[in-house]
Design a protein around this ligand. Structure first.
Ligand code: HPA
Ligand SMILES: [Zn+2]
Length: 331
């Protein structure tokens, strides 16, 4: 089964590029840039990753990214991840990026976008890995700041596929960002949003109705609302579920208790993703393997999930056709 899951062409639709920063690279970049971290070793960094909820993770996530200063740092960060992902059979990665977190500490948007852009072009060339980019708004920051970021990103609109919404969910409902998402829509950008990770089912409904999203990131709390589940199923709305993330952020206490099997049973359009692999104990393959262990799913189930991701990805139709063929060869 491991060989099968590794060979499966996996498209990753929910990944925060800053969440791929492994402790080894964090320490190396801290040294390179003279940034002081409250850790003496890679082991101490890893030991700190004991989260009680989303906020306790976000605190370390924002602290960790303080080592990223130059375009070269962002290129190294992304290339490091792209190589690991390609090694485990990932063929397409859609990266969320959090520019507000970098702007707030004096790192220019151009630094972030140029470094990531270089890595994306190299991934295509060197690893046969296609990528897409999602400009994420930090939902615990003011709505005007999101609009301002979107305008500042004008030189990079061509390189963006979508806007997204992440960071602390509860108390920051999707409707707060109605205007920024309307502007993104007018620019021809797709929309996605985190909703129903820690927040209530109503936030999922709001993401659909107010932000007009084409995918919901996480969405696991939809099961609390049968009417919403029926709607998500009827609209074949894609949910980007992140099992190891939900486990490490204590959305569930054990993977065996995860709502994934019930969501599958309900006929929802599901995909599996890693979210922040450096912080949550594994990448795409680890997430697939963890689901195999917890739920005993058959090859057929994993083929279906991998297919859902290819169909929902922001990629050219030529690339999609190629990946469909590669998936069919796994049957
Ligand atoms: O899992 C997440 N949820 C919300 N915001 C985030 N930003 C990085 N990872 C996450
Ligand atoms: Zn996420």
């Amino acid at each position: 089964m491991r060989d099968f899951l590794k060979a499966l062409p996996k498209a990753e639709l929910h990944l925060h590029i800053e969440g791929t920063l492994e402790p080894e690279l964090m320490m190396a970049l801290a040294e390179r840039n003279g940034v002081r971290l409250p850790y003496a070793s890679v082991e101490e960094v890893r030991a700190a990753y004991d989260f009680s909820d989303l906020q306790s993770f976000l605190d370390l996530y924002f602290q960790g990214m303080s080592v990223l200063r130059t375009a070269q740092d962002f290129e190294d960060l992304a290339m490091d991840y792209f190589r690991r992902a390609a090694d485990e059979g990932v063929v397409h990665v859609e990266l969320h990026v959090d520019p507000q977190a970098h702007l707030a500490r004096g790192v220019e948007l151009a630094t972030v976008m140029e470094g990531l852009g270089r890595a994306r072009r190299r991934a295509e060339r060197e690893l046969d890995l296609s990528t897409a980019m999602i400009l994420a708004f930090l939902r615990d920051r003011p709505a005007e700041e999101a609009l301002d970021l979107l305008e500042r990103a004008a030189p990079y609109w061509e390189t963006l596929d979508a806007v997204g919404l992440d960071s602390a969910e509860v108390g920051n409902p999707p409707a707060k960002f109605a205007e920024a998402f309307r502007r993104a829509s007018a620019l021809g950008l797709a929309r996605v949003a985190h909703a129903g990770e820690e927040g209530p089912p109503d936030y999922i409904r709001e993401a659909l109705d107010v932000l007009d999203v084409c995918r919901v990131d996480h969405g696991v709390r939809c099961l609390e609302d049968p009417t919403l589940v029926a709607r998500l199923r009827d609209e074949a709305m894609v949910l980007t579920v992140c099992p190891l993330s939900n486990l490490r952020l204590r959305v569930v206490e054990r993977l065996e208790d995860h709502p994934l099997p019930a969501m599958l049973e309900a006929g929802l359009n599901l995909t599996l993703n890693s979210d922040d692999p450096a912080y949550f104990g594994g990448g795409m393959l680890d997430n697939f393997l963890a689901c195999r262990r917890a739920f005993g799913w058959s090859r057929e189930v994993f083929l279906g999930l991998a297919s859902n991701a290819i169909e929902a990805a922001f990629m050219s139709e030529a690339r999609r056709a190629e990946l469909r063929e590669r998936l069919a060869a796994c049957r």
